[in-house]
Design a protein around this ligand. Structure first.
Ligand SMILES: C[S@@+](CC[C@H](N)C(=O)[O-])C[C@H]1O[C@@H](n2cnc3c(N)ncnc32)[C@H](O)[C@@H]1O
Length: 269
């Protein structure tokens, strides 16, 4: 096991050398993940681990992916997407251009899910989805839009529970064990890096979706990100969070109205 001082040295290296600041991440999860990586490779000691992290870019990429948890799926929590389809996006129909920020998009499955719903509501052409993540590696996968064929059965079920009105297989073509999503879907998605712990806002949005990212942050960093979202969201705009995340105990709570009891979606007053 690495001790607190060693982990803090690693975190300082990551800031000094690569500009990645993980000091605002929730300690128990972060420390557990770093210790797991340390144990996985049977390093001779902390110095060997630190050396590899500093000198091997491939190991660094892998390390970053492991501690930032890029797990995702299409139409994750289908009822969230059903609510977007039925209660949120129709309201935005009045905007001449719908600007959506999908923060912490990982390998892009959620952004494509949103594009499918926008297409089915005939809103895709007048929407722009900025899908961002701290990790450039996952964004490459997102931009390619190529996924494992064996995930499609589950995604088809999610799509149907999310109110899908077409045949889900019309949105991809299969090649052996991979599928490629229809290129038309990504025409209105801009994938780019953005670090919620360090970067500022870059636009005004009518909808911000950031799910299953804030759970990994400590309270201070969560507050920073909520303020960033608030500064980036227009009045009457919507904020969608993950099932274990909430605005309830934050300073913003008074200025936002929860859309319904079940879904983690708030509207800015
Ligand atoms: C568990 S995934 C969630 C993906 C997707 N939103 C979902 O709910 O399925 C968390 C994502 O947050 C990203 N992330 C972690 N820290 C971040 C930061 N400081 N800024 C932007 N993205 C971050 C990770 O790279 C990862 O892709």
């Amino acid at each position: 096991m690495l001790n607190e001082e060693e982990i803090s040295l690693l975190l300082t290296d990551l800031i000094d050398i690569y500009g990645y600041d993980f000091t605002g991440y929730a300690k128990p999860t972060l420390y557990r993940r770093i210790n797991r990586l340390f144990k996985l490779r049977s390093f001779s000691g902390f110095t060997a681990f630190r050396y590899l992290l500093i000198h091997n870019p491939e190991y660094l990429d892998w390390f970053i992916a492991e501690i930032t948890v890029p797990v995702t799926e299409m139409f994750r929590d289908p009822s969230f997407f059903l609510t977007l389809r039925n209660e949120v996006l129709p309201v935005l129909n009045n905007c001449p251009l719908i600007r959506i920020w999908h923060a912490g998009c990982s390998t892009g499955e959620e952004a494509y899910s949103l594009a499918i719903i926008l297409k089915e509501l005939q809103l895709l052409q007048k929407s722009v989805v900025y899908a961002t993540d701290i990790n450039p590696k996952v964004l490459k996968v997102a931009a390619a839009g190529i996924y494992q064929q064996d995930t499609m059965k589950h995604y088809t079920e999610n799509y149907m529970h999310a109110g899908g009105i077409a045949n889900f297989s019309d949105y991809y073509t299969a090649h052996y064990d991979l599928v490629k999503l229809d290129d038309q879907l990504k025409k209105r998605i801009v994938f780019s890096t953005h670090n919620l712990a360090a970067d500022t806002s870059f636009n005004n949005f009518q909808l911000i979706i950031c799910r299953n990212v804030l759970i990994y942050f400590n309270q201070e960093l969560q507050q920073r990100v909520f303020t960033l979202f608030d500064n980036s969201l227009e009045t009457n705009g919507f904020l969608g969070l993950g099932s274990k995340e909430t605005l309830q105990f934050t300073r913003l709570n008074h200025y936002y109205q929860k859309l319904n009891q079940k879904e983690k979606i708030w509207q800015k007053r």
